[in-house]
Write a protein that binds this ligand. Structure first.
Ligand code: PLP
Length: 398
């Protein structure tokens, strides 16, 4: 049929990649891209972590043939990741109730989880935060789900509309799948307090909902264990639980595509059944995951010196972002004292919903500073050399 392809429309452009294209085409040598979703160091470069480099040296020193990994991935990786996500002393690990499969980044973990859920909860609907990472909706829709929003961001306070959120969760039909950001909410940077999580966990549990925690930024908020605490609290609450996690940011291993999907079952016997079904989903998607990234992460997590190095390097990234938040607030206060940006200091993770309007973002672009139309800026793209330029430009458009 010659008209099969000729009738296909152009798919909508990815808004974030569109910014990068415009940025790349900009001839101004002083251009700054705050629209990205990656961590840059103070030199404006994506870091190659020393722990990763050392792990690669270990792997190169003992060259191995590239056989297939098992469907569920490298055993040492799955075990180390499970302990990282749930805590090594977790009851769900001791009782063998948690399964973990290596996945192709956090995105792959979400898609495997979504396809798995669609097989066994075909009529459930999915709820994501308003707003959420822009791929969440498309991912769950592509698995065949209807995707709804729950209230999340309050533009008035630049924080969480918790009353709206909890009311929406309580109104979800039993069996609904609720996607929650475990920490460092993307795109807003607004996280729940510990007391608010208590209420969410209670509402999810009593409402018979299926929580799916997405943890793409473990270690970028308050610390590795602190950021993972909500996963542990959900695991302790009983009931089904899915967790996707990613090492793209925390290991600066974006292109290696390393992540994992974990599922918590009611018993070890149930977990074995779930594992067999999750493996089926993997098998029919991409058969088994790639070797290199999994080996690097497993080597770092299981080698005490490298593990310590990683924790230090991750803390370095976390602290630098916090310093940039502080500097952003202080410098803007000096330049534009009538505007209150203190909330940027309270937001967590790589991003900030800055409150800049689409129009203001457009005016920033005229000065070769690129941000997302929603006002999302990547705080991790600020550094000691570009921050004054950014602040001057923002002060001009306010
Ligand atoms: N989930 C959230 C909230 C994210 O922000 C991202 C990446 O930006 C992902 C998942 C996907 O991570 P990965 O790049 O490992 O697929």
């Amino acid at each position: 049929n010659p008209s099969l392809f000729s009738a296909i429309d152009m798919a909508p452009r990815d808004p974030i990649l569109g910014i990068t294209e415009a940025f790349n085409a900009d001839q101004n040598p002083a251009k700054i891209n705050l629209g990205v979703g990656v961590y840059y160091d103070d030199n404006g470069k994506v870091p190659l972590l020393a722990c990763v480099q050392k792990a690669e040296e270990i792997l190169i020193a003992a060259p191995a043939p590239r056989t297939y990994l098992p469907i569920e991935g490298l055993a040492a990786y799955d075990k180390a990741v499970q302990e990282l996500v749930f805590g090594a002393d977790s009851a769900v690990i001791q009782e063998k109730r948690a399964i973990t499969v290596q996945a192709i980044g956090g995105t792959g973990a979400l898609k495997i989880g979504a396809d798995f859920l669609k097989r066994f909860a075909p009529d459930a609907q999915v709820y994501i935060s308003d707003p959420s990472w822009e791929n969440h909706r498309a991912l769950f829709e592509s698995a065949g789900f209807t995707v709804n929003n729950y209230s999340y961001y309050d533009p008035g306070t630049h924080g969480v509309n918790f009353a709206g959120m909890i009311a929406d969760i309580k109104a979800m039909p039993a069996g609904s799948i609720v996607l929650l950001h475990a920490c460092c909410h993307n795109p807003t940077g607004a996280d729940l307090t510990s007391a608010q999580w208590d209420e969410v966990i209670a509402a999810v549990t009593t409402g018979g909902l299926v929580p799916f925690l997405d943890m793409a930024y473990q270690g970028f908020g308050a610390g590795i264990a602190e950021d993972g605490a909500v996963v542990r609290r959900f695991a302790d609450a009983g009931g089904p639980l899915l967790v996707s996690n990613s090492f793209s940011k925390s290991f600066s291993l974006y292109g290696e595509r390393v992540g994992a999907l974990s599922v918590v079952a009611a018993s070890g016997e149930e977990a074995a059944r779930l594992m067999s079904q999750v493996k089926r989903v993997v098998r029919t998607n991409y058969s088994n995951p790639p070797v290199h990234g999994g080996k690097v992460v497993a080597t770092v997590l299981t080698t005490p010196e490298l593990r310590q190095l990683w924790e230090d390097e991750l803390a370095g990234m976390r602290v630098r972002i916090k310093e940039m938040r502080e500097a952003f607030v202080a410098k803007l206060k000096a330049k534009a004292p009538s505007h209150d940006f203190d909330f940027v200091r309270d937001q967590v993770g790589m991003f900030s919903y800055s409150g800049l309007t689409k129009e203001q973002v457009g005016k920033l672009r005229e000065q070769s500073i690129y941000a997302v139309d929603t006002g999302r800026i990547c705080v991790a793209a600020l550094n000691s050399r570009n921050i004054d330029t950014v602040i001057d430009a923002i002060a001009k458009v306010l």
